[in-house]
Design a protein around this ligand. Structure first.
Ligand code: PGA
Length: 248
């Protein structure tokens, strides 16, 4: 199974649903449709209406983040996994570099993953090194640490997907070389096997400037189980092109 996950970030109003209706209609006719899942993470404000609309259709809705507590509490503007689940989301991203940069710590991320799983949300856990760490050849150590500090053997690994997003690649048009990326994905899968002490590994996605052109290179790396797509997910044509070119 492959995953094409669109992360809308701070984009979208109710009528933006038209973008997703086009993606949905492509996916419902696509001959490859059984081979992949499409998940879109709009802002919190749109989760309920979009989830209702796409119930029993080809697109699953998720949230971009969640608060590190279970149900209700006195935290102004916070939205808990319980609240997200109750408006129809099936997934949540955790640990996107935007949110790490705003102060999400490993401890907070661990609580987010734990409460999201408890509320039956599937978690897309994001990791990635920054430019300086890459330059200093610290990538493998950074990724290992990010995984180890947050993922716990006790978590149900069937409900976790990992997304590798090098920070220097997000929104920049820069992507890792194919040799480098293959090695990194293999490294991540190895670390995951160690953490969960299981033979079967979790799906590992790539994210960072994915588009309809470079996806042809990424598809050669069979260790990549799918993509987390930012910019290109705000256009139905660009998003559909990624899927089309992946299976071409
Ligand atoms: P991008 O964003 O595709 O625009 O680089 C990816 C992400 O932040 O998830």
């Amino acid at each position: 199974m492959r995953y094409f996950i669109g992360n809308w970030k701070m984009f979208g109003v109710p009528k933006s649903i038209n973008i997703l209706r086009k993606i949905n209609s492509f996916c419902s006719k696509d001959k490859n449709r059984k081979k992949y899942r499409v998940i879109i993470t709009p802002p919190y404000t749109l989760i309920e209406t979009y989830s209702k609309y796409f119930q029993n259709k080809r697109i699953a809705i998720g949230s971009q983040n969640c608060y590190q507590k279970d149900q209700f509490s006195s935290n102004t503007a916070a939205v808990s996994p319980f609240m997200i689940k109750n408006v129809g989301a099936k997934f949540t991203l955790v640990g996107h570099s935007d949110n790490r940069a705003e102060g999400d710590t490993d401890k907070m991320l661990k609580d987010k993953v734990s409460y999201a799983l408890k509320n039956n949300l599937k978690v897309v856990f994001c990791i990635g090194e920054n430019k300086l760490e890459k330059k200093r050849k610290k990538t493998f150590a950074v990724l290992k640490n990010q995984l180890k500090k947050v993922l716990d053997k006790k978590f149900n690994q069937n409900n976790i997907i990992v997304a590798y997003e090098p920070i220097w690649s997000i929104g920049t048009g820069k992507i890792p070389s194919s040799v480098e990326l293959k090695k990194t994905i293999i490294h991540i899968k190895k670390q995951l096997k160690k953490i969960f002490r299981k033979k079967k590994t979790l799906p590992v996605l790539y994210g960072g400037s994915v588009d309809g052109n470079n996806v042809k290179m990424f598809k050669e790396i069979r260790e990549i189980d799918g993509f987390l797509i930012g910019g290109a997910s705000k256009s139905s044509k660009k998003f559909i092109d990624i899927i089309k070119n992946y299976y071409r």
